[in-house]
Design a protein around this ligand. Structure first.
Ligand code: ZN
Length: 285
């Protein structure tokens, strides 16, 4: 189950400029990659603040984000005084062993992406004036020159390179940061098709030519404002790996039974590796 798989709950991100918070609306407040929430140790659970948890709060500092089922979620764009049970914690701790409904983990990451976008669109990039929120759609508008900015989503691909003959898939590990198994991946460049990104990244990261590129699934990945698109493909010709040692510390052909999955199930990468682990090459067709 990927992070966005919150069924039967449903994210409704239709923008509504004049939405007002209800008593049960959640209010997200970020400082960098830290989010304001309360940890209750007796129940090992996490909860987000609602209006009544704030000592002072100016409603004009709130921007409406989205709904999940019937609950509205807002973003606080300024500092406010909040009751002392709440404090700022790293976003990644949301995925640890404290209870929080999965829909609210997804909501927090989606809110984070929007919060970053509101931060970097404070000023008009053309004339430098302070932007305002559009009344109709989620966009920032310059009252001086009319420049309009929409939320930015960066396309990137996740690539499951397969060797049909030996029923193996190519796994990688990054040199820095994320420590677990991954797949070849990379951002789409301007002027490039997604299939072109698959071909280029396969060549750049592991020195392999690929063919039979086939789409699998996509995943919003809010931490980097990405939309990830997963592809499987087949190695074309020479199977010798030439690893980009600047980016990777490990790249090997691995059989289904030898695949070690990531410890947390939320990523498209992990789902693709799991599919190969369970069904082998046949599962990728
Ligand atoms: Zn402007």
């Amino acid at each position: 189950m990927m992070i966005q798989d919150i069924f039967p709950a449903k994210l409704d991100n239709h923008y509504c400029a004049d939405a007002v918070p209800d008593e049960d609306s959640y209010i997200f407040s970020f400082i960098g990659d830290e989010l304001l929430y309360k940890i209750t140790d007796s129940t090992k659970s996490i909860s987000y603040p609602t209006l009544s948890d704030f000592v002072t709060l100016d409603l004009s500092d709130l921007v409406y984000l989205f709904k999940v089922d019937d609950r509205k979620y807002f973003l606080l764009l300024a500092q406010a005084y909040v009751s002392s049970e709440f404090s700022y914690h790293k976003m990644r701790e949301l995925r640890n062993d404290y209870y929080l409904p999965k829909k609210d983990i997804f909501a927090a990451f989606t809110a984070y992406q929007l919060s970053e976008w509101y931060l970097v669109t404070k000023y008009c990039g053309k004339c430098g004036r302070i932007n305002v929120n559009d009344k109709v759609e989620r966009a920032r508008v310059c009252p001086n020159c009319g420049n309009k900015i929409y939320p930015r989503i960066n396309p990137a691909v996740i690539i499951g390179i397969c060797d049909k003959e030996t029923n193996r898939i190519l796994l990688t590990k990054y040199r820095t940061g994320f420590a677990h198994n991954a797949l070849v991946a990379g951002f789409t460049e301007i002027g490039e098709t997604l299939e072109g990104t698959v071909e280029r990244e396969s060549m750049e990261e592991v020195g392999l030519k690929v063919k039979n590129i086939r789409y699998y699934k996509s995943q919003p990945w809010a931490v980097a404002s990405d939309i990830l698109m997963g592809y499987f493909c087949d190695v074309d010709g020479d199977k010798d790996i030439t690893m980009d040692t600047g980016e990777l510390k490990y790249a090997e052909w691995v059989a289904p039974e030898d695949i070690v999955l990531q410890p947390i199930e939320y990523s498209l990468t992990n789902e693709m590796m799991k599919l190969f682990k369970e069904k082998g090459y046949e599962g990728t067709l």
